[in-house]
Design a protein around this ligand. Structure first.
Ligand code: PEP
Length: 249
């Protein structure tokens, strides 16, 4: 089955309200009528306002994290119910900045994945190895572990609402990109690992994005690889021109 191309932007802790609204408005215009799936991962405080801008467009509203627990006494947390209340359909989980800066464990990420899926959200689950792990020849092992741990307890039916983002940590925000051949090799490995965890059909259907300094200049070659079905874009998602150019690639 042909997989749709899925390009997601991760705005991280960037923009202010005016810039967020202007960026969202520009993207709605630029992506109007284009095929494929598009999502923007917006800072929590701007989700409501940006949601009003993308409503009715072909751009999905995404959050960059969610609580593992339901509403209640959890100071500072944001629940799935709150996200859905403002129109969020998708959530980015397991991003390397949350794994390595905040210290999120695979166990916590898995709880968030299961919570988001149980409550009807779509998940982009990020995985990827550190530079030292790649140099030690452990990239596949790390990805396999993060996939197995992140998806523990997720049913094959729920997996239809999961996208995997392979993001080698050494390529995020550094300007370094995996070569298309290296990225393709890991994507194929991850797809085969999904086949082992679920089924060949599930593996063939799942969308696997590449993330790590993807930009208009390298997007075409990366997206041309057989097992690279889209991108999770950080820096280049903050300008309508560069994000739209990647979507057009
Ligand atoms: C990311 O943070 O998901 C990412 C891929 O960032 P960048 O595109 O800036 O490398």
């Amino acid at each position: 089955m042909a997989r749709t191309t899925y390009i997601a932007g991760n705005w991280k802790m960037n923009t202010n309200k005016a810039d967020a609204l202007a960026l969202a408005k520009a993207l709605v215009e630029r992506l109007k009528g284009k095929g494929g799936t598009y999502m923007i991962g917006v800072p929590f405080v701007y989700l409501d306002a940006v949601g009003a801008v993308v409503k009715g467009s072909n751009i999905l509203l995404g959050a960059q994290d969610v609580a593992a627990t339901a509403n209640g006494a959890h100071t500072g947390e944001v629940s799935t119910a709150m996200l859905k209340d403002v129109g969020v359909t998708s959530v980015i989980l397991g991003h390397s900045e949350r794994r390595h800066e905040i210290g999120e464990s695979d166990e916590l990420i898995n709880k968030k994945v299961r919570r988001a899926l149980a409550d009807g959200l779509e998940v982009v689950l990020c995985i990827g190895e550190l530079l030292a792990e790649r140099e030690a020849g452990e990239a596949e092992q790390v990805c396999a572990f993060q996939l197995s741990a992140g998806l523990a307890g997720v049913t094959e039916a729920q997996l239809k609402r999961v996208t995997i983002a392979y993001e080698p940590v050494w390529a995020i925000g550094t300007g370094k990109t995996a070569t298309p051949a290296d990225a393709q090799a890991i994507h194929r490995f991850c797809r085969d690992h999904i086949a082992k965890l679920y089924s060949r059909q599930a593996a063939d259907d799942i969308i696997i994005q590449y993330g790590g300094s993807m930009k208009p200049e390298n997007a075409k070659e990366l997206l041309a690889q057989e097992d690279i079905d889209g991108g999770l874009i950080g820096g280049a998602s903050l300008k309508a021109d560069s994000f739209a150019a990647i979507c057009e690639a």
